[in-house]
Structure formats: structure tokens, C-alpha cells
Design a protein around this ligand. Structure first.
Ligand code: EPZ
Length: 418
């Protein structure tokens, strides 16, 4: 789906929105279906272009995949290929975790460096080093990655940084190891916890997920595994930031507040009033005030994926807000577009200083990456007049039903196919 988003901002948001399954949870779950032969049913899946790209890889590898409403059924018993073409790898970042899945399943893999948002160098050195430590032969020639592993040994991997993707890749490769695998300084993100829970449901012995130290011993693969995808905490944060930018009162059905506590704390500091219940969040806001100091970090810190949406939420906040980005080195690419809408933002190294302005005006901008594009949508909703957002392919990678959901909240937004 490509096209230009046209937004007429300046209205408060009112109503209810249903939160979809999490992009960053469903993508590793789909790769995990390849690691072990079996039949899988994933419920509550989001309809996203990144999911389509991953299903395309599964089909290429020989899996039978089928949508059934919001569920995806995967039959991976006939996987017959361990190579992923460059153009399929380049469509998203999480294609890299097919490395661990294919090593576990086929003892070899030939793929290419992954794609994904241009928010930094995003090397895969930690992934490759971990595969070597598990006993794989790894060759990187230009952008091509070739791996073979007559027998993955297992052992203990210490990550220098709690990388989400590297942790996920190690867990999938561990399914093919002779002995158990321990990951120290593992990522604690809820999406990593969800992958561990899925692997346990599929027969592996896994414990310690969410603590920074995960242990996995391959078990007897189950036959049929059914698993529900957790709600998308970044989509939830995005709609709450849109409320802060526009004012109004919304309810987020299916939202899990426990996964985004630092975001809720920051929104409360900004003047959003929140009522948290089981599987829903009610929020209302009239005017916003500055958030003095926000710093992104690995979970349970403030999520880097919510940095751009939060910045957009603070553009008209009274006072001066500071946002420090510590995870990716190039994640302020959306600032120029927000300035085009009248925002007052100074970037000093890895810190953005936002001085609240009384009003924003519409502009013609281009999305730079997934969350930067979401920030532009939020700013346009809070701006007076018309905005146009091009390069919307970035945005539809990660927001299921964006136009329908925002229109349902009273926003004047439409997609002009182009
Ligand atoms: C995942 O990316 C998410 N993507 C990202 O969400 C998210 O921002 C990120 O985790 C951090 O939470 C998916 O899950 C598909 P990392 P990932 O490995 O796995 C460096 C979104 O908007 N690093 O934790 O790529 C890396 O460059 C996306 O939904 C290495 O140096 O993140 C970065 O600076 C964007 N070498 C830092 O670690 C490596 O081998 C964190 O990366 C791997 C990572």
C-alpha cells in the first residue's frame, strides 16, 4: 500500500480504538515456526506489510501459510530451502533472525544483510559472533552471509549489549543445539519474553526470560502449537501521544499498560490523565506541559520506538522538554519535518530540546522511517490546516488500520492512493 496521507488537523480525538497484535512480537514468532517442523496457529496477528514480507519468506522456504481472519496458520513440515534472496531480506530488519531458525532446522543458511529503518548503522556483528560461539562456521562476503553448522554445540553467550534481535536469534539457533544454551545480558523486552513463551509452548525447555539471563534446552517439538500475539505496546504509545498532541478523550481496548510504564509516567508528567484497567487504558488530555528529561534505553527503560511519537506529543507543550536517544545513533530524522510544521526543536548530539510553541501549521513532508513517520502523523493531527505525508510505505510497515483507527477517533485523515 503506497500513497499520500492527507490530514486536516486541529481537532480533539474522541472515541475508542482496538490495539492490534505487536509487530515486534509476531515477526520473531513467524521465524520461530521455521526453526522446528510443525503446525502453528498465531492468533491476534496485525495486518502489516512487514508481516506480508515475512510470510513471503516463509513460503519461499517451503512453508504453507494461510490467513484465517486475524490468525495466521503456518505448516512448516515441508521446509526445503535454506536460502533467502537479497530482495526478500532487504524488506525488513527482522529477516536476520531466520539465520538462527535455519541453522537450527537445516544446519546451514545463506542469506543477506537485513533491511529495516535507517536509524543507524544497525550491524549484525553480535548475531554472527553468537552463531560462531554456538559452533557455526560464519562467512560474511560483502552483504552475503553464509553459515554452516554440522552440529551446533550450545554453551553460554554473553551479550555486550542486550540486543533484542541477537537475543531472539540465539534462542532460535539454540533449538538446534546438542546441549543447552544460556544467554547472559539478554534483552528483557516483552516481545523477547513472548518468543520464549512460544518456544516453551512448542516443546522447548526455557526459563529466565525477562530477567536478563535466559536458558533454553531443546525439547520434543510439539505437534500443533496455538499462541496469541501480545498487544502492540508501541502502537498503544503512539495513540496516547496522538491524544496528547490533539487533546480529547480516548479509550484503548486490548492495551496492556504493564508493558509501557515509562511511557505512561512521561504522559502523566505531560498532563495526560490515565485510567488503567485490565486490557484497556482510558486517557484524556486538555493541554500538555513539558517533560523535563526523557532518556530512551533497553527495556524496562523508555522505549526508543516511542521517542519520535513522544517528541510529536510535546511540540505544543508549555515549557522546554529534553529527549535523549541512547539506543540508535541516527533516530532524529523526523525533526526536519516537525520543524516544517512550525516546531521549535534543537538537536544537540543525541539530545533533542523541544521548546513548546502555541500552534503548528500543516506542511508537505515525507516519512523517513516507521516511527518518524508516525511522529509526523501525530504532529499533523495537532497542527492547524492541511498536511500531506509522502513515503507512507514506512508507516504501513508497523501500523495496522491507521487511517480507519484515527478516523474512528474523529481525525480527518485519508490515504490518496498514488
Ligand atoms: C528491535 O530492533 C526492534 N525491531 C526495533 O524496533 C527496536 O527499536 C529495537 O529492537 C530496540 O528495542 C524488531 O523487533 C523487528 P537491537 P533490533 O539489536 O533487534 C546495536 C521499530 O520501530 N546492535 O536491540 O535491530 C544496534 O545498532 C523497530 O519497530 C549492534 O551494534 O535492535 C542498536 O544501536 C526499530 N550489533 C542497538 O544495538 C548487533 O549485532 C539496539 O539494537 C545488533 C545490534
Amino acid at each position: 500500500m503506497v500513497g499520500i496521507l492527507r490530514i486536516h488537523g486541529g481537532r480533539p480525538l474522541q472515541g475508542s480504538v482496538v490495539i492490534s497484535g505487536a509487530k515486534n512480537a509476531v515477526l520473531p514468532l513467524l521465524a520461530a515456526c521455521v526453526a522446528q517442523s510443525g503446525c502453528y496457529r498465531l492468533e491476534h496477528c496485525p495486518h502489516l506489510t512487514d508481516v506480508d514480507a515475512t510470510l513471503d519468506i516463509l513460503s519461499h522456504l517451503g512453508c504453507r501459510v494461510r490467513w484465517d481472519g486475524d490468525a495466521i496458520e503456518v505448516d512448516s513440515r515441508s521446509v526445503n530451502c535454506a536460502r533467502i534472496p537479497r530482495e526478500k531480506m532487504r524488506r525488513l530488519r527482522s529477516s536476520v533472525i531466520f539465520l538462527g531458525a535455519l541453522l537450527a532446522r537445516c544446519s546451514r543458511a545463506k542469506l543477506w544483510l537485513p533491511g529495516g529503518c535507517c536509524i543507524g548503522a544497525r550491524p549484525i556483528d553480535l548475531h554472527l559472533k553468537a552463531m560462531r560461539q554456538l559452533g557455526a562456521e560464519v562467512e560474511l562476503q560483502g552483504e552475503e552471509v553464509r553459515c554452516t553448522a554440522m552440529r551446533l554445540q550450545g554453551g553460554t553467550i554473553v551479550l555486550p549489549f542486550p540486543s533484542v534481535g541477537a537475543t531472539e536469534n540465539i534462542l532460535l539457533a539454540a533449538l538446534g543445539c546438542k546441549e543447552g544454551v544460556t544467554v547472559l545480558n539478554a534483552a528483557k523486552e516483552p516481545e523477547v519474553v513472548s518468543l520464549a513463551q512460544f518456544l516453551r509452548a512448542a516443546g522447548a525447555k526455557v526459563w529466565g526470560e525477562g530477567t536478563g539471563e535466559i536458558h533454553l534446552t531443546p525439547g520434543t517439538p510439539g505437534q500443533d502449537t496455538v499462541f496469541s500475539v501480545m498487544p502492540d505496546r508501541i502502537e498503544t504509545a503512539t495513540y496516547l501521544c496522538a491524544l496528547a498532541a490533539c487533546g480529547g478523550k480516548i479509550c484503548l481496548e486490548g492495551a496492556e499498560a504493564k508493558y509501557l510504564l515509562p511511557v505512561l509516567d512521561a504522559l502523566r508528567e505531560a498532563g495526560v490523565r490515565l485510567r488503567v484497567e485490565q486490557n484497556r487504558i482510558e486517557a484524556k488530555c486538555r493541554a500538555t506541559r513539558a517533560v523535563k528529561a526523557l532518556r530512551t534505553g533497553p527495556y524496562p527503560g523508555f522505549p526508543t520506538d516511542a521517542q519520535a511519537p513522544m517528541m510529536a506529543a510535546l511540540l505544543r507543550a508549555q515549557g522546554i522538554s529534553c529527549l535523549e536517544e541512547t539506543v540508535f545513533e541516527h533516530r532524529f530524522r523526523h525533526v526536519k519535518a516537525l520543524r516544517d510544521m512550525g516546531a521549535n526543536i534543537d538537536v544537540l548530539g543525541q539530545t533533542a530540546v523541544i521548546t513548546g510553541v502555541r500552534r503548528l501549521h500543516g506542511a508537505d513532508v515525507a516519512a523517513t522511517d516507521l516511527r518518524g513517520g508516525a511522529a509526523m502523523v501525530i504532529a499533523a493531527l495537532g497542527a492547524e490546516g492541511m498536511s500531506q505525508i509522502r513515503e507512507t510505505k514506512h508507516i504501513f510497515r508497523g501500523y495496522d488500520g491507521l487511517c480507519q483507527k484515527l478516523s474512528g477517533l474523529g481525525a480527518r485523515i485519508c490515504l490518496q492512493e498514488g
